[in-house]
Structures are given as C-alpha cells and as structure tokens.
Design a protein around this ligand. Structure first.
Ligand code: XUL
Ligand code: CO
Length: 442
C-alpha cells in the first residue's frame, strides 16, 4: 500500500513502516508483523484487520481532570471547523498508510466538530464524508466501524436511548441515523454501540425496566433503518461495567448476550470486546471473548490494557504477551472474529507528546499481536496444548459420559452409575504445565 500524503506531510520522520525482523534496531520498523506471512492458513494481516481509533490518535490532546491537553497536533490549527476536519483527515490517512494497516474507526464528531443544530451537523458530516470518500478511493483504507458519540454533549447527561426525556431520545435517534448514513456511505464494515451514558447513577430516580425497554426499541429502529438502506454489516455492542455511569446497562459480555437474546436482537448484533472494560468488570479479557464466542457473538475487539493499580479505564496500548496469546487462543479456536478486527482503542500517555509516540505505540501493539499469533500457531500446531485440553474432557467421549452429553442418561442414571464408584480419581488440572507452554514459544 502506498503512503498517502495530503496538503502537507505531518509525520516527516517516518516513511512506510516495514517488517525488518527482530534484529532490526530501527524503532519505526516491525520486528514481528510481516503482513503477508501465512500463519494458520491465512496472511497475518487477515487475522487482525487492524484499525486506528480516530478519537484517541487524532482528536484527544491529553486533557484530564487536572489539566488541559498537552499535545499540540499540527492538524488542529485553523478556526474553521471544515479546514480542521480536512487537515485531521489528511493526518489520519498519512498515519494509517505509513503504518501499512487498512482500517480506522470513528465517532461522528471525531470526523468533524458537532454543529449548533442537527442540520448544521449534517452539513458538516456530508462534507467530510465526501472528502473521506475521495481519499479512500486512492487507498486500501477502509472503515472497520463507525459509531455516534452519544455521551459528550451535555444533553446526554441522563443517557441517550435510555434518557427519561423523549426529546433527547429523539435527538440521539437523529444522530444515530446520520452516523449510520456516514458509515454506510463510506462502506463501513460494521456499526458499534458503546453504551456511553446508558446506565444510571441512582436507582432511586430510575425506572430501569422502562429504560432497558427503550434501549432495545432504539436498537431495533437503528437496525431496521440500516438494513433498509442496504447495510449488510454487523452491529456490535461494546460492554463496559461502569464509567461514565456508576452502573452501565451493558455491564459485561454475559449481560449483553442475555439482553440481545431477550429483546430479539441476536440475529443482527455481535459483541465488541474491550480489554480494559473486561478487567473493570472483574473478568479477564479472554473470559469476555470466550463468553461472546460461546453465544456465536464474537465480533470484534477494542485492544488496549488497564493498570494493576487503577480502577478506571486507562486505555493504555497493549503490551502483555500472555494476555494476548490467551486471547488469540480463544479467537482462533472459536473460528475467528466475525466481521470485525482489532481496533486500538488506546491512547498514548499524557506526557507522550511527540508525534512519533503515535508510531511507537501502534508499532508496539501491532508487533505484540503478531508475535502472539506466532506463539499461538506453535502452541496449536507443535505442542501438546490441544491434546491436553481434549484429555481433560475425555471421560465424556465414550461410555456413560457420552450418554450424558447425548441426553441419554437421567438423574437416576447418574445415581446408579455413581453408586458403583468407590470414589472418583482426582485428575490434576495441570495449570502450571499449560502456562509453561506459552513460555516455551515466546
Ligand atoms: C469508551 C470506549 C469508546 C467506544 C466507542 O470506554 O471504549 O471509545 O469504543 O464509543
Ligand atoms: Co472502546
């Protein structure tokens, strides 16, 4: 893929990031990500569909509750929202093409600042959508997913689809319609709903059942509209247990699977699992992936990591080989991500203020996934890993165990069988042996 430079070149220190192998000391090279290398039956890049998150990399300048932003992005230099949006998009396409990956994800008002009215916002979105279409024509860069920001505007302080005020719900609907239109116009592969402020702070003032019914109705309307416009991609729900609401309705994967099935949304919706959201819910990332996979709803992932000491969403770039190998094992053993990919919903730290930090962070994360995939391949192809798991369950492969799985044994049958056992043999779970297999291939 060629590098796409707009009106000006923003990342002058970097050309195209190429695979140079692990002995290279060039920080702007991949040590493990060799996009066309065949791994487990397909080119590496097709396992991942890597995406850059527009909001973290090109919009947020690092503000936190204690201070303003620290990053002076050269593409935010004009007082004209249109010019800023074009410059930002030039920077995004330059960055993504230099990384040599193929996707981005966006919220509506990451692309261009929100206007003072729905009409004005629509005009703005139309213009930036045309601009994006032009840029996409001459590149291999695609939209992995689009979404609407239904949480930043003060009107959404009590939620969007779950707001107790219908006027606000209708404005959220208008915004989702427009965000769907942009996503469809740009050939977006999927559309995401992260709950934003869909949740509550106090049950005292909340009719939870009514709010959940509203949320389901709202999602049905969005899905019906998009299908009517010919959208064939998946809708994803992104679970998160807390922040910004004390209690978010899309708490974790199991909650969302139950919600989708309860409200008849399970045919069109899958899950977008985020690492830091999983750990905030007191789960591991791999657990959340597995829950989604069990329901045939493993759609996509937001890759990042949390922090051992902090109880909030730090959205750091991923760097944990063990966590990612275990996650890839889940993904590959369950047949891959359905429709989605790996979106780096991660931000460089507030004191990482060089433009090059955007490259270091993404290169490191891409290499982490590539390296973890190579380890996963070896574990599955060369090691005793799969056999060890199969052996753990082998008592269900024949005899009465198989009868149980086939529904051919009653509770009385279990009683009869057990009565003839003196005691069941203790069989080790061998956790440490399993863990050693990962180390062996790093
Ligand atoms: C918030 C979060 C969002 C969603 C998109 O924690 O992860 O960025 O991914 O709205
Ligand atoms: Co996310």
């Amino acid at each position: 893929m060629s590098v796409i430079i707009g009106q000006q070149e923003y990342f002058k220190d970097v050309k195209r990031v190429e695979f140079e192998g692990r002995d290279s000391d060039n920080p702007f090279s991949y040590k493990f990500y060799d996009e066309n290398k065949m791994v487990l039956g397909k080119p590496m890049k097709d396992h991942f569909n890597f995406a850059v998150a527009y909001w973290h990399s090109f919009v947020n300048t690092g503000n936190d509750p204690f201070g303003v932003g620290t990053k002076s992005f050269p593409w935010v230099s004009s007082s004209d929202p249109y010019q800023n949006a074009y410059d930002k998009m030039d920077a995004a396409f330059e960055f993504i093409s230099k990384l040599g990956i193929n996707h981005f994800c966006f919220h509506d008002f990451d692309l261009i600042d929100e206007g003072d009215s729905i009409r004005e916002s629509e005009n703005r979105l139309n213009k930036i959508t045309s601009y994006a279409k032009e840029k996409m024509k001459s590149s291999d860069i695609k939209v992995l997913w689009g979404t609407a920001n239904l949480f930043a505007n003060p009107r959404y302080m009590n939620g969007a689809a779950t707001n107790p005020n219908f006027d606000i719900l209708s404005m959220a609907g208008a915004q989702v319609k427009n965000a769907l239109d942009v996503t469809i116009e740009l050939g977006g592969k999927n559309y995401v709903f992260w709950g934003g402020r869909e949740g509550y702070m106090s049950l005292l003032n909340t009719d939870m059942k009514r709010e959940l019914d509203h949320m389901a109705k709202f999602l049905h309307l969005a899905k019906d509209y998009a299908r009517g416009q010919g959208f064939e991609g998946w809708f994803f729900i992104e679970p998160k247990p807390m922040e910004p609401s004390k209690h978010q309705y899309d708490f974790d994967a199991a909650t969302v699977v139950g919600f989708l099935e309860h409200y008849g949304l399970e045919k069109d919706f899958k899950l977008n699992i985020e690492v830091n959201h999983a750990t905030l819910a007191n789960h591991t990332f791999q657990h959340e992936l597995q829950v989604a996979a069990n329901a045939n709803m493993l759609g996509s992932m937001d890759a990042n990591r949390g922090d051992y000491q902090n109880g909030w969403d730090t959205d750091q770039f991923p760097n944990n080989i063990y966590e990612i190998v275990e996650s890839l094992l889940v993904i590959i053993r369950s047949g891959g991500l359905q429709g989605g990919g790996i979106n780096f919903d991660a931000k460089t730290r507030r004191n990482s203020t060089d433009l090059n930090d955007l490259f270091y962070s993404h290169i490191g994360a891409i290499d982490l996934f590539a390296r973890s995939l190579l380890i996963t391949e070896k574990m599955l192809n060369n090691s005793e890993y799969s056999k060890l798991i199969e052996e753990r369950y082998s008592s269900f492969d024949s005899g009465k165990g198989k009868d149980f799985e086939d529904g051919k044994i009653s509770l009385d049958g279990l009683h009869f069988y057990a009565s003839n056992l003196k005691e069941a043999k203790l069989i080790s779970g061998k956790q440490e042996l399993f863990e050693n297999i990962i180390n062996r291939y790093i």
